[in-house]
Design a protein around this ligand. Structure first.
Ligand SMILES: NC(=O)c1ccc[n+]([C@@H]2O[C@H](COP(=O)([O-])OP(=O)(O)OC[C@H]3O[C@@H](n4cnc5c(N)ncnc54)[C@H](OP(=O)(O)O)[C@@H]3O)[C@@H](O)[C@H]2O)c1
Length: 258
């Protein structure tokens, strides 16, 4: 897959990225079917396959259970083979989420993620919104903390995984990257994609397959066509732990989008 620019960050990403929620968490998730968290060997194979297929972008978060630890242990190849995206703000503990967007916690969370992932920098850190995007951006310390981490060279870029169009639009003003929802059932973020394209911000798409509620080749093709018809999309992050789906998705991208 031909790499695309992640806005003006200087980072090049594959147009399909691999979401890793299912590497480490199977509670309180919105997928249609229950699933077992994969064994180490299955994750190793999936990561090697992703690499062979030309995928370089991995999306993880502290709130994805053991996802970061599994990547830290199992990620193959040199560090610069991968673009690693993590998040701050959300914690998932004892079966529920809690949020902390303060300056000090943000710094600690990124330092902790680096240790867990066994890395000395993260390519991108996103604010993992609790839904109140504008309050987070205007009244919490997280944005200043991400700027400070960027200055220290611990992260290359920052952004927000937003949950409202207003928040996405503000993130486009203030940050390098926005992660927005885009599928035919959720059109609210389309103005965010337009604004990001106009400002040359990076755009990552989440829930392009409606968290697995879209399935079957024709529906997956239509979902990809919808996502990549929008302006400015850098990469669509698709979560999967099924190697056949990973392969099919790359083939589908090649035939639908090229
Ligand atoms: N920041 C946030 O607030 C946030 C929220 C949601 C998601 N995300 C990120 O975005 C990523 C994607 O979002 P998502 O996981 O909610 O949704 P998604 O990518 O729309 O859907 C993932 C689901 O689709 C299934 N799937 C993948 N390819 C398929 C195919 N070819 N045919 C049939 N089913 C297929 C997967 O099941 P199999 O495992 O069986 O393939 C999985 O259950 C996440 O992994 C995460 O990294 C971020």
């Amino acid at each position: 897959m031909k790499l695309r620019s992640l806005g003006d960050t200087g980072i090049m990403v594959s147009p399909l990225g691999l979401g890793t929620v299912k590497f480490g968490r199977n509670e309180q998730v919105k997928y249609p079917k229950p699933f077992e968290i994969p064994e180490d060997a299955e994750i190793t194979n999936l990561l090697s396959l992703a690499s062979d297929l030309g995928i370089n972008l991995l999306d993880t978060a502290p709130a994805y259970g053991s996802s970061q630890a599994r990547l830290g242990k199992l990620l193959p190849g040199p560090r610069d083979r991968w673009v690693v995206v993590s998040k701050v703000g959300e914690f998932f503990e004892n079966g529920e989420s809690r949020f902390d967007f303060s300056f000090d916690t943000t710094i600690q969370v990124v330092e902790n993620s680096l240790r867990t992932l066994n890395m000395d920098y993260l390519d991108l850190v996103l604010i993992h919104s609790d839904g109140d995007d504008l309050r987070i951006l205007e009244h919490e310390g997280v944005l200043d903390a991400l700027r400070a981490l960027k200055q220290r060279g611990l992260i290359r870029a920052h952004g927000m995984s937003s949950k409202s169009a207003e928040g996405g639009l503000r993130a486009v003003e203030e940050m390098d990257v926005v992660m927005a929802t885009c599928n035919s059932d959720y059109l609210e973020d389309l103005p965010v994609l337009e604004a990001a394209a106009a400002r040359n911000r990076g755009v990552l798409i989440k829930k392009g397959l409606q968290s697995g509620h879209v399935s079957g080749p024709e529906s997956v093709a239509a979902a990809m066509d919808f996502v990549f018809s929008q302006p400015g999309v850098s990469s669509m992050i698709v979560g999967t732990i099924n190697p056949k789906h990973l392969e099919d998705n790359v083939k589908m991208f090649d035939s639908v989008v090229k």
